[in-house]
Write a protein that binds this ligand. Structure first.
Ligand SMILES: [Zn+2]
Length: 454
């Protein structure tokens, strides 16, 4: 395949913007990048896609999401309203995930996949929770990810919240699915796995030990850490040690491990994450939504931690998340110099690409020969001069996901001129509305009437 007449943003180092360029794609990878006139001569028999001068850039990467939360949109919480993360978990997420069945899980994933393709997000790290549908849940999601065509790293949230049997089933689901992915059996290697765990506050030392014991040595972990102070308080109450120290003691920190949130880390925890190469995924909109606080992402990066950006289930529109990541530290510190657009790009683009590339045998998130052909077309018309030096400002303050016209992953076209080619959005949305209506009733029956203060 040959993409012609593109304004290519490479996200290489240094980043380049190349006008009137072409990409030759073969076997799911970028084989050649050069001026359109040169590549047209060389690959004249290839199938062609004319970008008509649009920006062609690597697809975005969401480093922490939850397909399973899709039915929460527009849902009301009965009774007393939760006001912080512990009470939001009690009244919303814990009864919510217990109500999920296989069909809900399938359609929740499909909703997220449609959203991702339309909004130009081509790699998704997902964290599944469905305590009454554990065994085989990752295969159900993987089947839909395969059909949709995106790149994804999946896992299941292990927790002691549902008792010993469910904790064990969660471990087994992770390990079984991890081994399938390690053999490149799932979507030809486009779907990979890590080992999921809910959070230190809901996992005992015995379960962490069993999880580590069952997990292959080279696997990364994906876990919420210090999203709220309660996570640290519970770790200290249960074990006398802080959350990251517990993960370190169990040998769960490595350069594939994703620490989601990390809002309330102390200096020692930051040092452990930097030393072990673990990654921190930042979800600013979710942190604002639950009132948990905003992590010191700039400090973490200065300490040497690879930082990246996710949505925590609030859709897959990454530029929206990047904009908030840029704005909210300015409010927190009452200092407009905080988190400049270039710093956001360091985490959102380079941090995410670095993490994703640790899970795959070729580079993800960059346009260069040999990298995976995961690219999007963006119909953006700059109204002021644009160069590699000020591109970050154009993206943060000017790009919008509705400008994405074409999405390609692994060399396969998933959306062309805003028409989805792999998924039937109308069928998915109609069926989802139907499933969500009965799901909401089941959820309501499981919600505790009163708050137990956390
Ligand atoms: Zn999360």
């Amino acid at each position: 395949m040959l993409i012609t007449n593109a304004t290519v943003i490479t996200w290489g180092r240094p980043n380049q913007i190349l006008e009137n360029h072409a990409l030759h794609i073969a076997d799911g990878k970028i084989a050649k990048l050069g001026p359109t006139t040169d590549l047209l001569q060389r690959y004249e028999d290839d199938e062609r896609i004319d970008a008509h001068g649009e920006f062609v850039m690597p697809g975005n990467i969401n480093t922490h999401g939850h397909f399973y939360g899709a039915f929460a949109r527009g849902m009301s919480i009965p009774g007393e309203q939760p006001f912080n993360l512990p009470t939001i978990l009690q009244k919303l997420w814990w009864p919510f995930d217990r109500a999920l069945n296989e069909e809900d899980t399938r359609y929740s994933a499909l909703i997220g996949l449609v959203d991702a393709i339309k909004h130009g997000t081509t790699t998704l790290f997902d964290h599944q929770s469905s305590p009454n549908f554990i065994d085989g849940s990752l295969d159900v999601i993987a089947t839909e990810v395969d059909r949709a065509g995106v790149r994804s790293v999946l896992c299941f949230e292990v927790t002691d919240r549902g008792g010993d049997k469910r904790a064990l089933a969660g471990i087994e689901e992770n390990v079984r699915f991890y081994n399938r992915c390690a053999r490149s059996e799932v979507a030809g290697g486009r779907v990979m796995a890590n080992i999921g765990a809910h959070a230190c506050m809901s996992i005992t030392e015995a379960t962490f030990a069993r999880l580590r014991e069952a997990t292959p040595a080279d696997a990364g972990f994906h876990i919420h850490v210090a999203e709220h102070e309660y996570d640290e308080y519970q770790s200290l109450a249960m074990t006398g040690t802080r959350s990251v120290d517990r993960l370190y003691n169990h040998g769960m920190l490595n350069d594939k491990t994703i620490i989601a949130h990390g809002v309330h880390l102390d200096a020692g925890e930051i040092r452990l994450l930097a030393e072990t190469g673990a990654n921190v995924s930042h979800q600013p909109r979710s942190n604002m939504n639950t009132g948990t606080g905003i992590p010191e992402l700039e400090s973490y990066a200065r300490a040497g931690i690879n930082t990246c950006i996710g949505t925590d289930g609030l859709g897959n529109a990454m530029w929206k998340e990047w904009e908030v990541a840029c704005l909210v530290p300015k409010v927190k510190h009452r200092d407009a110099r905080r988190m400049p657009p270039d710093r956001v790009i360091e985490s959102a683009v380079y941090g995410g690409a670095s993490l994703a590339s640790r899970y795959y045998p070729a580079s993800v998130g960059v346009i260069e020969p040999g990298a995976f052909a995961d690219v999007i077309f963006v119909d953006y018309h700059p109204t002021t001069p644009l160069s590699p030096d000020n591109l970050a400002g154009h993206i943060i303050y000017g790009f919008d996901e509705s400008m994405v016209t074409t999405t390609i992953v692994n060399g396969e076209v998933l959306m062309r001129d805003r028409v989805l080619l792999t998924l039937d959005e109308e069928e998915i949305t109609a069926k989802s509305r139907e499933l969500a209506a009965s799901f909401w009733k089941r959820y309501e029956e499981l919600v505790p009437p009163d708050l137990v203060l956390g």
